[in-house]
Structures are given as C-alpha cells and as structure tokens.
Design a protein around this ligand. Structure first.
Ligand code: ATP
Ligand code: MG
Length: 295
C-alpha cells in the first residue's frame, strides 16, 4: 500500500511535489478527556504562529462535530471528502481564518482519514503539493478519546501536544494517552500543556506529578511546554466566535498563547529530508500500514 500510494503520487498524471523551502512542523493536539481545551489551544497557537510570520494549516480532525470553524465564526465550503471525491480542490475547501492561517475541515464526510484508499491518499498528496502557500506548521486538532484515529494522527505528527487540566479525570486520561502512545505506538517524546490553570506554580507542579509517574513506568521523554490560565476572556471569545488572541489580545490567556507560540517557533526544525506536508500523509500511510489500519 505504501509503495502504490507513493507511486500514484509520482506518476505522470499526478504532479510532482514542489521542493520544500523548509520542513513542515506537524503537531497533533490531544488530551484524552473532552473539553480540556484542545481546539482552543490549537487555533490560538496557530493564530499566534501566524502573527510570527509562519504559514499555518489547522487540520480539524474532529470528525464528529463542527468544531474550529464554529470557534472562528467561519463557514467551511467543503471538507476533505469533497477533495477525495474530486468535487473540490484542496484550495477550494481551505478557509482563511487570519493572514497566514488556514483551516482544513475534515469534520463531516471523511469518515476515517486513517483508512483512505491509495487513490485518495495520492490526491491528498498532490493537493498539498500544489497549495499556493507552502506551509510551515500544520496543527492537527484531534477529537476527545483515544481512538485508533487519534493515535494514528499522533503517530504521524512530529510533535504531540497533550493538554491536561488539574482535575483527576483529565490527569488520568492524559496519562492514559501518553501511555498508549508510548507503549503501543512507539511515541518517544510528548509535550505537555496545562490548561485552565490557577497559577503557573500549580501548572508546573501538575507537570512534575505526571513526569514522576511517567519516569517510573514509561520510556518516554516529557517536555513541559507551559500553561494557559483559566480565563473568562477565552470563554467570551468562544461565545463571540472570535478566538481570544484576536478578541482579547491583552488578556492573560492570549499572552500565554503568545509565549507558547514563541516557544514552538523556537523548536528545532524537523531533520527528515522529506520536507513538505506530504511527509505527514506518507508517514500516516506507512505507519498505518505497519501497525494495521484497523488495529
Ligand atoms: N484557558 C481557559 N480558560 C477558561 N475556559 C477555557 C479555557 N480553555 C478552554 N476553556 C473552556 O472549555 C471549553 C472547551 O474548550 P475546547 O472546545 O477547546 O475543548 P476541547 O478539548 O477541544 O473539547 P472537545 O473534546 O469537545 O473537542 C471552551 O468552550 C471554554 O469555555
Ligand atoms: Mg475540540
């Protein structure tokens, strides 16, 4: 399946990928528990990275519900399924959220992005390669839970960001995600972000707590990305369908997102020679194939 998909993308009737200017950073945002702030973190970090001059693509992989488009007050014109069925091009369905930031809706239609046919993967690779704007960072907003689809996205991303809140259910779920990714999917490093925190001390204490348990039981490197305070401005932004970094740029949570985006921008560039978004798709294919798509 891997070779045929790649072959499909390189036959004459499919355009060759453009050479990349630089490798794409792909980050999957996850957390296990619902409502911990994954989508808000994904879009607000994307917007801040956009302000720092990066071209950012947010893949809304929460297939079940309308999600980031609602948070941003934008209307999607189609989904990835329309691209797969040749009703639209990738450019047609991309929604511009802000200068430098695009949303790629996958919420309705593409029922399982991790079990596409070779032809669909080929089309996706071609679509990414012909985008007008080369992408610097792709942020994948995953649904709640730890389904095969969530783990497939996390495996395919270069970086995994686990969102955790200081509540027993969130801590248990976040740890379960880290454990499954590490023990079943060979994910060796994970970033942690504490959301809805009351203080930075409380947030770093929570990270230390998770770190201690992980160090004892898992073979994983946990990196503390930082925290976002509990902030009513973020909720007001949600109600106004205007993410907090745009609606309340001076608020505590918006300032936290600025800081986090600067940290992410400072991460070392991915080293792999494959340097376009198709890397993500190809890796998704090969890893899904290795592990068995319907494992
Ligand atoms: N830092 C914060 N301060 C205050 N409220 C927050 C914060 N982060 C998130 N919330 C609240 O939590 C709600 C859920 O956030 P969000 O939709 O981003 O979570 P999610 O993890 O993506 O949820 P789902 O699992 O349903 O996809 C928001 O509507 C907002 O009210
Ligand atoms: Mg969400």
């Amino acid at each position: 399946m891997v070779s045929s998909a790649i072959a499909l993308a390189t036959t004459e009737n499919v355009q060759q990928p453009r050479p990349a200017s630089k490798p794409v950073q792909v980050m999957a945002v996850t957390g296990g528990k619902g409502g911990v702030g994954k989508s808000n973190v994904a879009i607000n970090i994307a917007l801040e990275l956009g302000r720092l001059g990066q071209s950012v693509l947010v893949l809304d992989a929460d297939l079940s519900l309308a999600n980031i488009d609602v948070l941003c007050g934008v209307k999607s014109r189609g989904t990835l399924e329309d691209v797969f069925d040749a009703r639209a091009t990738l450019d047609d369905i991309l929604v511009k959220v802000d200068s430098n930031v695009w949303l790629l809706p996958a919420n309705s239609g593409a029922s399982n992005l991790t079990s596409l046919t070779d032809a669909q993967y080929g089309g996706l690779i071609q679509g990414f390669s012909s985008l007008q704007n080369p992408i610097d960072t792709m942020i994948i907003d995953t649904p709640a839970g730890i389904s095969n689809q969530v783990t497939a996205f996390c495996r395919a991303a270069r970086e995994v960001l686990v969102i955790v809140c200081d509540e027993p259910t969130s801590i248990t779920d976040a740890y379960a995600v880290i454990k499954v990714l590490n023990t079943e999917h060979r994910v060796k490093h994970v970033n942690i972000l504490v959301n809805k925190s009351n203080s930075s001390q409380q947030a770093s204490d929570l990270f230390e707590k998770i770190l201690r348990v992980a160090d004892k039981n898992l073979d994983v490197v946990l990196r503390y990305l930082g925290s976002v305070p509990s902030d009513e401005h973020l909720q007001l932004g949600v109600c106004k369908q205007n993410p907090v970094v745009l609606s309340y740029p001076g608020s505590r949570s918006a300032l936290a997102f600025q800081k986090l985006a600067k940290k992410i921008q400072g991460w070392p560039e991915p080293k792999q020679p494959l340097g376009h978004v198709e890397f993500f798709v190809e890796r998704l294919i090969s890893q899904s194939t290795c592990a068995g798509v319907s494992e």
